[in-house]
Design a protein around this ligand. Structure first.
Ligand code: NI
Length: 263
């Protein structure tokens, strides 16, 4: 069994056939799908999908590229969802993004902090989007380590670097802070040898898989609309990279996801 730890099932590309998409996921061995909001509206939609389909659970948050367009009251509404909705298992997605540059960086940093604090106060994990901002993300996470809190036991952060695309140095720093590392379809692309080298170094007990659908479908379905069933292709590739069986990848990534997200 597999858990697709990062999807955007509220995307309009799933509007016509979501039940069929989820049936194919089950047929492909997917036991759970996490649907993450990127703003208030999609966070509400993620919760609604999770309430409608037992296969799906939700995460709520305002993604860095949507931070600037958030209206007054949006954040409070996200907090309310996180506090009151039973099927919200994580906070996010959040993080930092210097690639798209759609939100001023200080606004992104402010929202990143809010998500981290919310996750801590609700004792939920958080989900990190990082694009061309590895040093900034590592700096923020270091400052957020529970070991910085007076009287806290020095455990690591309960969080995941989603669709990781950074270098080995960043990966090592994240692993050292206790983070999980999730790989999406990108790791299967012929040109992504660097990423496969990083994946090879991630211990099996920190590894997660995701599709990030509807974006970036893995080989050999690249170019199609991505969907949770395709997470199996990424698992097969990771098995090759790690030199273990597909069953071992399934066993570890599923156990990791269940533990991290309390599933
Ligand atoms: Ni995403």
């Amino acid at each position: 069994m597999l858990i697709d730890t990062h999807t955007h099932l509220f995307d309009e590309r799933f509007r016509k056939d979501l039940p069929a998409v989820l049936e194919r996921a089950v047929a492909a061995g997917v036991e759970r799908v996490i649907c993450l909001g990127i703003d208030l509206e999609s966070s509400r939609a993620a919760v609604a999908i999770a309430n409608a389909y037992p296969l799906v659970v939700a995460a709520v948050g305002i993604q860095p590229n949507h931070a600037a367009e958030a209206q007054a009251g949006d954040w409070d509404a996200v907090v309310k969802l996180a506090e009151s909705e039973q099927r919200v298992v994580a906070i996010g997605e959040t993080g930092l993004d210097r690639y798209w540059d759609r939100s001023p960086f200080p606004v992104q940093e402010d929202y990143f902090q809010r998500h981290i604090q919310l996750a801590r106060s609700l004792r939920k994990p958080f989900v990190i989007h990082c694009r061309d901002a590895e040093a900034d993300v590592v700096k923020t996470l270091r400052a957020a380590m529970p070991s910085n809190e007076p009287g806290a036991s020095a455990t690591g952060l309960r969080a995941v670097m989603h669709s990781f695309s950074g270098d080995i140095g960043t990966a090592r720093e994240c692993l050292e802070m206790g983070l999980h590392m999730s790989f999406a379809g990108m790791v299967t692309y012929p040109t992504a040898q660097n990423l496969r080298d990083v994946a090879k170094e991630v211990p099996l007990d920190r590894l997660l898989v995701e599709t990030d659908c509807p974006y970036l479908a893995p080989q050999p379905v690249r170019g199609k609309r991505n969907e949770p069933a395709y997470v199996a292709h990424t698992a097969v590739l990771l098995a090759q990279v790690k030199g273990v069986s597909v069953a071992e990848i399934e066993e570890h990534t599923t156990r990791n996801a269940r533990t991290l997200f309390g599933l």
